[in-house]
Design a protein around this ligand. Sequence first.
Ligand code: ATP
Ligand code: MG
Length: 580
Amino acid sequence: MSFERVIGMESKTLPVMQGDYQLRDYEQTAKDFKWSEAEKEFSWHETGLINIAHEAVDRHANSYRKNKVALFYKDANRKETYTFHEMKRMSNKAANVLRNHSSLDKGDRLFVFMPRSPELYFAILGALKMGTIVGPLFEAFMEGAVFDRLSDSEAKAVVTTPELVSRIPIDKLPHLKTIFLVGDNIEEDSKFIDFNKHLKEASPYFQVEWLERESPTLLHYTSGSTGKPKGVLHVQEAMVQQLQTAKWVMDLKDEDVFWCTADPGWVTGTAYGIFGPMLAGATSLILGGRFSTDSWYESIQEYGVTVWYSAPTAFRMLMGAGAGPLEKYDLSSLRHILSVGEPLNPEVIRWGMEVFNLRIHDTWWMTETGAQTICNFGSLPIKPGSMGKPVPGIEAAIVDDRGQILRPNQMGNLAIKKGWPAMMRQIWNNPEKYDSYFLNNEWYVSGDSAYMDEDGYFFFQGRVDDVIMTSGERVGPFEVESKLLEHPAIVEAGVIGKPDPVRGEIIKAFIALHEGYEPSEELADAIKQFVKKELAAHAAPREIEFKDKLPKTRSGKIMRRVLKAWELNLPVGDLSTMED
Ligand code: ATP
Ligand code: MG
């Protein structure tokens, strides 16, 4: 099979913007940097003893950052502020509650299953102080999804709310001994514990468990875009990379107010919703509740957010809301914007330049990598359509199916040299699956397809399984989708390969239209012509189907496997992470 890239996304490079970025000289740093240097900030560099919650919270509470705001929290009903000192006290209290009212021990699994609230963060940090493994569950999970994850991991305890507890099939989970309920007027018995009541009474002192760098911390189930979610186990050492990327990629400094929009149910919401910024001693904003254009813009203004980490699906929604809401708010505090989770379409970057006068920096990584791995940096030019270059210390390459490194511009498997600090250490209960990620015990193979250009920039093409082979040419769905988004009528697009007796596969596009546009055959033809003219004839969809909206995971990723299953009348598989 040929690995040549067949189409290129012509793009205008965006030059570096003014800013005193912490990663000044990318090329030199990429050459010289060793992860062991990044450890020196942590006390365990000398003691060998380690605890991520101590490093994220207590270390700052015991320093000049004691009274600095660690967390601004806001939702429809609550507005609270916690300093590092208060975070230390509250997480200590949470640790005491969890320890005193359950049999949780080091290495046991505790799940958190609740909407964002300060208590959620206290519970996660408190559990980590005990050395308990934390499994975050997204609040929208229904019974089947909750059951799968709690039984697979043999969870011993859950922190949840009275509203959600009915979705935990307690009788079918013999390992589940304790349920902490976060709410008012909780009736307690041997199994159900009133979390808030005990939190109020608990001692603010707690002796953290000192652990090894290989001790487990989080058990994150993946997003389920490509199949049944996998339980990815992370360890303490991940903090080295989380802190270093908070500095180099997020460019977080003491004066920043950082807002990561992700829920802790997904890896972005823990690695960068909690640990990255806290390890760096930065101030974080956490916004509860659902997406709304106005409350998002309003919060940026209200808290003076300077660094903002979100996802293409959110940017596309803001883009779709138009200029009206933008005129109401002052967003001039923003200085650095980043994106993750899905390919960042050049059209979205163009929009970001227009409305914020800032470049949006794409970052590529996955649950399994534990922290950012390929990114656009403040001090490097951006090539729209590219996810950037490897974080210094990370070796990334495009390899073929035998592990041979391919030449620039050849499309193949995006792979990372085994052994970076935040790398997963296990797929829970599934060692075969874990082993299947690694090629020749050397390369971690991501499952994503990409190419690298002459300048070392990586370009995402699609999931390996989604790459389309049409008339002998390989086409990545991302380039076609990005081109489609440039058409004024289109708000969202998902592209799949559909088996075809003559061409192998043909390209089929599922399209959602902007308000004011109606599906029609003329419009479908115009769209096909548009891609033909602007991208390449063979990359133009032969079939177009209009949809009100596309099937997406709750974290906002288009589920192409569902589109494909619908198209081919195949079973759709695990839908636990799909939004309503
Ligand atoms: P599952 O593994 O259960 O199918 P998932 O792969 O979507 O779900 P995550 O680990 O949350 O679960 O997502 C990682 C994937 O998201 C990557 O493999 C990649 O396909 C996609 N992704 C993340 N960031 C980017 C990015 N910047 N550009 C393109 N794709 C991205
Ligand atoms: Mg995946």
